[in-house]
Write a new protein. Structure first.
Length: 596
């Protein structure tokens, strides 16, 4: 594989070198013979250049038609004109197409320039062919061209896209030794890559190193660090960094404030977030709708509806029209507080102000009605959104299916489950989990098994949550045989039982008096990398006490206490009853009476 790749690189270098060194005089000679061609060519190329600059290609076929016309124009357009079209196609992410087109223009005797080769490097990097990108760099150097900052930045970005940040840093160092200076974009790319993988500390270290040199950092570099610190909930450090940035004479922009306000809201520091919003006005930075949305959403999620409404009204007062996100956040806030009348009013207001509700707006409101068991009103909203051309998504259907199950209308839930598939909306694992839970909790295990088998047929069965629901349902209707089969089949399906799975199975076994098997499963838990929790201990202790296995129950109680867990109310009550009735021997009595 390695030999073949090296061979490909060698061939590519040879190809680039041979084609780039080939010169042509055909176009010049043609132009000299007929000067009128130049005038007609300019008339043709002017709209081409305008179209490329405005990025107004309808699609790649539109761009290819134009490219083909250019190749058949005489004299041939300059490489700069071809670069405009190649750049446009690259922006549409048709990277292999651009690579083939560059080969094609070379076959017409047009030599690529550094700009063309930068486009080629960019395409190779995005197409995950970074090795070929470096081959093009070697060709540039061999031909005596000088790579520019775009060349270096494109390769740095390519390395970062592959997660090879160490390689990107080394490339910058190597290029510096050759006299090529990195610019703000170079450093910003590496800083951004470090922050994206959660290495804000390394990004900060790199930034400090850059500050020690002659390199002048720009706002984008500082914003990258501030945003990453905020996402890591290190908001105090981000605010200190803001002060430092401003002391360097770099003023924050809208992005800076949005990052900080979001970070403060995530940490519950509402007052400081509001103060920052006011400071923006003092510094003549106009908050955007996104800035206000951050605050509205945060206040709503915390149940601070009065504050959310104030921010919402302030947005309108400042001439910023709320968007669908603003209204959806407000609707969600009202629903969380069960203020469904206010939520409906918010929906009506957004329609009146010319902001059409989307699937999130409707789904949020439907969820509010379902949680309040007002399923008929939820269905009215579902029909309304469909009539208005808003297509329900899987979240909408999951919410309604859960709503029907909540009010024990399981037939309607199943009908909606089948309807969503008939409408082309595929169920996801959450759909099955909601429906299975509703059916099992109401003892409809036969129907649940049918749904479960449907799920497995659609290869959506690799989620332990859905198995837990069905195993629990089977145990609750005393169908321990099938529950057992399902439990023991999990490893073969590539699924690892979690603590919830074990707790369900232990409860089922203890209920049926199968204490030996329950103890065996309990002992296997730790060996399979799943540590028992307080529920596990309480379940097995309760089962042992119910079947008068007091000594074993006390043994597990001792282990539970040593691990820092406490007995639940049921277990504590049973032990209290035993002590009161003097039905335990002296040693057990002494242990139970010891202060824990």
């Amino acid at each position: 594989m390695g030999t073949r790749l090296r061979s490909s690189h060698t061939c590519f270098r040879s190809y680039c070198y041979s084609t780039l060194t080939a010169a042509t005089t055909t176009s010049i000679a043609s132009a000299k013979k007929n000067p009128n061609h130049n005038q007609s060519q300019n008339q043709f190329l002017k709209p081409v250049r305008d179209q490329c600059k405005s990025r107004s290609f309808r699609n790649v076929d539109d761009a290819l038609d134009l490219f083909d016309k250019m190749l058949h124009t005489r004299p041939l357009p300059s490489i700069a004109d071809f670069n405009h079209v190649l750049g446009g196609i690259a922006r549409m992410k048709h990277y292999p197409v651009v690579i083939s087109l560059i080969k094609r223009i070379e076959s017409f005797g047009i030599s690529p320039d550094v700009y063309t080769l930068n486009i080629l490097i960019n395409c190779f990097c995005h197409w995950n062919r970074l090795g070929f990108g470096f081959s093009v760099l070697a060709t540039i150097l061999k031909l005596g061209y000088h790579p520019d900052s775009v060349t270096l930045n494109t390769l740095v970005k390519g390395l970062c896209l592959q997660g090879n940040i160490a390689g990107a840093v080394k490339l910058v160092e190597d290029m510096e030794k050759k006299g090529y200076q990195p610019d703000a974009f170079t450093c910003g790319t590496i800083l951004n890559a470090l922050c994206k993988i959660g290495k804000a500390d390394m990004a900060l270290g790199l930034l400090r190193k850059l500050e020690e040199g002659d390199f002048e950092l720009n706002l984008a570099a500082y914003n990258t660090i501030i945003d990453s610190l905020c996402k890591d909930r290190l908001v105090t450090e981000a605010l200190n960094f803001l002060t430092e940035m401003m002391s360097e004479g770099i003023q924050p922009d809208l992005f800076t404030y949005n990052s900080l306000i979001q970070g403060l809201c995530n940490c519950g520091r509402w007052r400081e977030a509001t103060t920052l919003l006011n400071k923006m006005a003092q510094r003549k930075i106009v908050p955007g709708v996104w800035t206000f949305n951050i605050l509205v959403d945060a206040f709503c999620k915390e149940g601070m509806l009065i504050e959310a409404k104030k921010v919402f009204e302030k947005m309108i007062q400042r001439g910023i029209e709320p968007d669908v996100v603003s209204y959806s956040s407000l609707i969600d806030g009202y629903c969380l507080q069960n203020k469904l009348k206010d939520a409906i009013e918010a929906l009506n207001m957004m329609v009146e102000r010319g902001c059409p509700p989307n699937v999130v707006s409707y789904s949020t409101l439907i969820n509010g009605f379902c949680k309040n068991k007002r399923i008929d009103e939820a269905m009215n909203l579902f029909n309304e959104m469909s009539n208005k051309g808003v297509t329900p998504n899987v979240v909408t259907y999951n919410t309604l299916i859960g709503g029907f199950c909540r009010v024990e209308r399981h037939k309607a839930a199943l009908e909606l489950f089948h309807k969503m598939q008939a409408c082309g909306q595929l169920p996801d694992p959450q759909t099955y989990a909601v429906l299975l839970d509703g059916l099992c909790k109401n003892g409809l295990v036969v129907e649940a098994i049918k749904v479960f088998l449907d799920m497995e047929d659609k290869t959506l069965g690799n989620y332990i949550v859905t198995y837990n629901i069905l195993i629990d349902g089977l145990c609750n209707v005393q169908n321990l045989k099938v529950a057992r089969e399902l439990f023991y089949s999990l490893p073969a399906k590539g699924l690892q039982p979690n603590v919830r799975t074990y707790n369900i199975m232990l409860k089922g076994l203890c209920k049926e008096g199968l204490l030996e098997e329950a103890s065996e499963i309990f002992e296997k838990m730790d060996g399979s990398g799943c540590s028992p929790d307080d529920c596990t201990y309480n379940t097995i202790i309760q089962g042992l006490l119910q079947h008068n296995e007091t000594s074993k129950a006390v043994k597990y109680l001792e282990i539970m206490v040593d691990k820092g867990f406490s007995a639940n109310a049921t277990v504590a009550s049973k032990f209290f009853d035993l002590l009161s009735s003097n039905q335990v021997d002296k040693n057990i009595q002494e242990f139970l009476q010891k202060p824990k």
